[in-house]
Design a binder for this molecule. Structure first.
Ligand code: SME
Length: 164
């Protein structure tokens, strides 16, 4: 729900999250810290995590995340909101998950979700997935900031990419 912030605040959020990606530590640790940062600094972000594409398998596996553990450790392309975003190679926003038929529920509290693909050389190598306990939590501002953060995460996502 980044439209409650000023443009300057959104820019600071983006810059601070980006700076975490360049801190010390392993690729996985830095991605995890960025997830944690977003979850802590945006009230409407209740679960923030990465899924990673298994090369050659049309499957996503759970990567670094902040929030409650999820049972969805592996997701096939096409399945759920995550699988749709990977299959269609585009950001998918679901403003009311109760109205989405192709949805994998993690928690009864989740009301809306955004999934932003992470690309490398035109391929979806992973995705940034955010769940909210609020309906309609994701505006065009969220989409814009998260797409930039997903792009900024691509090098680190590549480093922790699973092998086929
Ligand atoms: N809701 C997702 C599953 C992953 S969890 O949100 C962490 C989906 O429909 O693909």
């Amino acid at each position: 729900m980044l439209e409650t912030m000023t443009a300057a605040q959104r820019h600071t959020l983006y810059q601070d999250a980006c700076a975490i990606l360049h801190e010390d530590g392993s690729a996985g640790a830095r991605l995890h810290r960025m997830c944690d940062y977003l979850r802590q600094h945006v009230a409407s972000y209740d679960w923030v995590g990465f899924y990673l594409t298994v090369p050659g398998e049309q499957t996503l596996v759970l990567g670094p995340f902040a929030g409650e553990p999820t049972e969805h450790l592996r997701i096939a392309f096409g399945q759920g909101v995550c699988g749709q975003a990977a299959d269609q190679q585009r950001t998918v926003v679901v403003q009311d998950v109760s109205a989405e038929t192709n949805y994998l529920s993690c928690s009864v509290h989740v009301k809306s979700e955004i999934v932003v693909p992470v690309f490398h050389q035109g391929l979806v190598i992973g995705e940034l997935d955010i769940d909210s306990h609020q309906r309609e939590a994701f505006s065009d501002h969220d989409r814009a900031v998260l797409q930039r953060l997903a792009a900024a995460s691509a090098e680190l996502v590549r480093e922790i990419a699973p092998v086929a």
